[in-house]
Design a protein around this ligand. Sequence first.
Ligand code: LLP
Length: 418
Amino acid sequence: MSAFPQFEYHQNTLHAESVPLESIAKKFGTPCYVYSRAALTATFHEFKQAFADDDYLICYAVKANSNLAILNVLAELGCGFDIVSGGELHRVIKAGGDPRKTVFSGVGKLADEMRMALAADILCFNVESVAELQLLNQIAAAMNKTAPVSLRINPDVDSKTHPYISTGLKENKFGIPFAEAEQIYLSADQFQHIQFTGLDCHIGSQLTELSPFTEAGKKLVDLLQRLQSSNLRISHVDLGGGLGIRYSNETPPSIHTYVNALRQTVGSIKCRLLIEPGRSLIGNAGLLLTRTVYIKHTPDRHFAIVDAAMNDLLRPSLYNAYHEILPVNKKNGNPEKYQVVGPVCETGDFLGHDRKLILDTNDLLAVMSSGAYGMSMSSNYNTRPRAAEVMVDGNTIHLIRARETIDQLIAPETILPA
Ligand code: LLP
């Protein structure tokens, strides 16, 4: 199967499902994020089928792509959510998501965000420090509520991914050291307004091997068994997100293999299994459509200057991440090796280096695998309005976020009085 089954060439022109990308560019301009509803739905079903009849909950990591339409498609499919801010909770609720299927992660939850989440009756707080636990206990007391809590355990496991997105090593800021967690669970009495309902970990993102997941999972199961023998009633284990996708030649485990490995790891215990996938659900269901503005040949290099930039898709600049770049219309001729770069005033502003392409001015390009951590990490750097977002459903195109206008960008700003 192709890496992008919903983005395929028909008669040498790239389509999203049944829609030629050219027609999207014509109607909505570029740069433009394009998502396939079918791709997102199919991937969600793959997860569901892999869990079969188990007791499980898929909590989509909203940070990967928080557009309301995407959250809504997932909510309608019965998906839960993993949030890291009050803003993300607001989005989930607006999109028709169920707070009771929502877990709240993150090392720096604010008091107001805790209040909002308690008022919404979320499923669980994934707590990352004793200080956070104390504050949550106080806030829950003031609201006359009990906060359901999982401790996020830092299992000290090497996830073998980019250091910026590795989170489960003891030197990382995330989670509670494995050796300290048991003691905190056993001190439950000190926290009258906390109920420990789960165990949690998330060891990193874009993992392409199974062993770090199973290693972390085994540590959690081990701890859980000790807690159960101390009569603590824990009802779920949350193994976080992190499953990698194929950007170029990576070979991550399939969703089935991954889910099966997790099921086997926690198989011996009677517990609901939660996961928090972000990238693996939406990453390959989206692309960034861009147009060449200038072709520039220097004695050293060929540059394709396109209208998308690091403010639209930060991953290449930030992690040196590779995204495949495909021509929307295949042409005959001799390919040249291009540096595909944006208009932003930084040498780090590139979408791809050394890409073999046949290009002219005004050609359309598709930057693939951009559904996750594309739009959600975009900014207005260089006062560039953020891109439009479109979701294709069969042969229908839905605009799901209008391109920003410059007036919208400067609206919150004020000049000093004269
Ligand atoms: N759960 C927690 C607590 C997380 O921190 C994350 C991602 C996820 C779940 C979802 O992980 P995923 O399944 O998407 O790997 N900006 C980076 C990725 C940062 C991931 C942050 N945490 C990138 O563009 O590669």
